[in-house]
Structure formats: C-alpha cells, structure tokens
Design a protein around this ligand. Structure first.
Ligand SMILES: [Zn+2]
Length: 407
C-alpha cells in the first residue's frame, strides 16, 4: 500500500488556512475574491514546484496534470473547491484540493509508476456564496445550468459573476473543460459535514451517492387585525396556522423512516409588526432521503396537509427538487477495498449535501470519500478534521487512484 506525507498534509492545511483567515479559527474565502486568488496562486506554485503547469477552462476551473507513461490514455482527476461560505472552516472543499495536491505530489516524488495522466483540479464557485447558484461551474460543464445565465449572477454589491471572472485573469479556454473523452474517472474527498461517522467511530466514509431531495414553499393565509382589540376566538392568525402546519408535517414525516431529514429554514411573515396579527406566512420545507419511495411518501404528506388550519387557508408549491445520484459502483467498491486494506474502519454512507461530484457523475465514472467532521460541525469556524484523519482519507484516495490506473 502507498502512503502520502503526513507532515506535508499538515503543512498544506496550515498554509491554505491563511487565505481568508478570520482570526477566529476559520476563513471567509468567496470564489474569485482576492483571498481565493491567493489560494489559487498557492495551488499553482505547489504544482510548479513539481514541474507541473496549471491550465484553466472558461469557467476558471484549474487543472494541473502529472503525465503518466502512456499519454494516449485518458486522465484520472481528483477535484474539489477552495471557496468557502462566510465564516466557514478550514476543511470544507479545501481538504479535497489538498488531497489532489498531495496525491499528485506523492506520486511524483515517490515515482509511483502509473500509466494514465493524473490531474489535480479546482472547481470555481462551489459554494455560490457571492454568486449563486452553488456548484456553479460543475453545473455549467455538466449542462445543468446555462453559462450565459450564470455569468449574469449578481453579488449583493451588484457585481456580476461574469465581471469577476473577467477581472480574475483565470478564465481560460473552453477546450480545457473536463470532458468524457479526455478523462476517465473523478474522485472527490470531502469532510462528512455531519456527525454520523464520529458517532459510529469510523475513519473512512465510502460514499455511494447523494440523497434525493425536494424543496417546497408552504403558505398560510389569514387576516390582519389589531393585536389589542381582536379576541382570540375571532382571529385568523397565519403564523399560528404555519406553526401547526410545521408540527403536522414533522409528526407525519417521522412516521416514514428514521433516517429521513427535513428542515424549515426560511420563513416569510407579513406584515411582521408586533401589534398586528400576521395575515401571511410562507415557509420552506427541505426533505431528503436515499430511497425514492420514501421521498414519494414524504411528498404525499405535503400534498395531504389540511387545506385549512386554524381558520387559515394552506397552499403549497414546489420550489425545486433533485433525484438521487448514485456513484459508479466499481469505484465505490475500490474505495472500500482500499480502506479495508489500509486497516481503517469504514462505513458506507450517503451524502446529504450536494457536491460538484454529483453533477460530474452524469459525465464520468465518479465517486467520493468522506473523512469525519468533529462534532458534525461544518459551514462554521468550528469545522475540524485532524491531520491524522485527513492523512488516512488521502491514503485511501492515493491507493484508489493507483487501482483505477491499472484498469
Ligand atoms: Zn464543499
């Protein structure tokens, strides 16, 4: 079995943590911001030190390829993102970039024989923090979004993604895009971003796919009246109705499966004045599960919400949804085999969050590796994965790449 450099992994984690450092243990590193550009330059510098040039495509995704012994073979790619949410952590995305850098560095320095070229890749704007949507460039390359549309995506300051792309100096040629002719497989290592692996005491998450989900908007329509003059029995309070609707949905969804997850994270309230009974409330409902049959039943729950609750009319509409994504079974099995042969504890796991890999799965054979997140924290400054845990995950990635190379 091959292993990478633990000290080098530590060094990489520490050096990327400087770009966008909040001083409170985390980073704010929006895509194409000066902090993200500095992190991109660090990636390029580290690849240059190994004699590898970095090229970009028209969405500023970066590719650094170590040649193999047979240049006619398609490339194997390791990829993730280096942008973050506001006050995010030092592991989400960047640990996958560090994995790509470290796997390539180990293969080059240790002269590990391989036939296929091996590419370390960085996706632009995975988080969509300044310029929505999330997973923007993998979405464009995998034909989920129109490029012309995302170029117009605006930050709160009114700058467009297209302008930021132009100004960054990182927009390259469309001919450099990841494609199924020049690439044969993609692997993405990521932190779990949840508490399951830690609770199960597992070192490696063998990810078999991404949960299907739907997102609905549910509204309650009542009547605004004076808070001081309207007796309780006369009221049509839209907020009370919404609260009872949420409680109803939770009770019914809990009956479906113990591992179903659902969230109301957003609420709109009108008129939102402390002396006025609310006449309108709209809330979001995000529901995720692996089994399409369970999601179908969850949808029935939404559609069977009583039409009237607390004398208020209830309506619902779909915002968006996505089907479950299954990763390439042969690659999932290779990750499991290598976790086992390296002597690490492991478990099969589904990804709840979306990742670039879920779009790439439509383009190329793709899979992911998870490493544990301390206390399940992510998208916050407390996000933490130890050097040891990261190193173990990268070792699984390294050996999986070498196995793919043999096929
Ligand atoms: Zn991520």
């Amino acid at each position: 079995m091959f292993t990478c450099g633990k000290d080098r992994v530590k060094d990489k984690i520490e050096s990327f943590a400087k770009f966008g450092d909040t001083g409170k243990g985390g980073i704010t590193r929006f895509s194409l911001s000066p902090e993200a550009i500095a992190a991109r330059k660090e990636f390029i510098k580290r690849m240059e030190a190994l004699g590898i040039q970095t090229v970009t495509d028209d969405m500023a995704n970066m590719y650094a390829t170590a040649p193999g012994t047979d240049s006619s073979l398609p490339r194997i790619v390791l990829a993730s993102h280096l942008d973050s949410v506001r006050n995010g952590g030092n592991y989400d995305g960047i640990l996958g970039v560090i994995t790509a850098l470290e796997v390539v560095e180990t293969i080059v320095r240790d002269k590990i024989p391989h036939r296929h070229p091996i590419t370390a890749m960085v996706w632009t704007n995975e988080e969509g923090s300044l310029y929505p949507p999330a997973m923007m460039s993998s979405g464009v390359i995998c034909k989920k979004f129109e490029k012309a549309t995302v170029l117009k995506s605006k930050s709160v300051e009114g700058k467009t993604f297209g302008e930021a792309l132009e100004a960054s100096g990182f927009a390259g040629s469309e001919s450099n895009r990841l494609n199924p002719q020049d690439y044969c497989a993609m692997l993405e290592l990521h932190i779990e971003q949840g508490p399951i692996m830690e609770a199960e005491k597992k070192q490696i998450g063998v990810v078999d796919g991404v949960l299907g989900m739907f997102n609905y908007r549910i509204s309650a329509y009542g009547q605004s009246d004076h808070a001081g003059t309207t007796p309780m029995s006369f009221r049509r309070d839209a907020l009370l109705a919404a609260a009872d609707a949420i409680k109803y949905i939770h009770t019914e969804l809990d009956k479906l499966a113990k591992d179903i997850v659902y969230t109301t994270g957003e609420i709109v309230l009108h008129p939102n004045v402390h002396t006025v009974i609310p006449d309108f409330v709209e809330f979001s409902l995000d529901v995720r599960h692996w089994d399409p049959a369970i999601l179908e039943k969850a949808l029935e729950v939404v559609k069977n919400i009583p039409k009237e609750i607390d004398k208020c009319e209830i309506k619902y509409k779909e915002a968006w949804s996505r089907k479950r994504v299954s990763f390439k079974p042969e690659l999932v099995d290779l990750v499991e085999k290598n976790a086992k042969e390296l002597g690490y504890s492991y478990m099969r796991i589904h990804s709840g969050p979306g990742h670039d890999a879920q779009y790439v799965a439509d383009l190329l054979p793709t899979t992911m590796i998870f490493v544990p997140s301390k206390d399940g924290h992510s998208h916050c400054e407390e996000e933490f994965t130890s050097v040891e845990e990261a190193w173990q995950g990268i070792n699984v990635a390294l050996n999986t790449i070498i196995d793919i190379d043999k096929q």
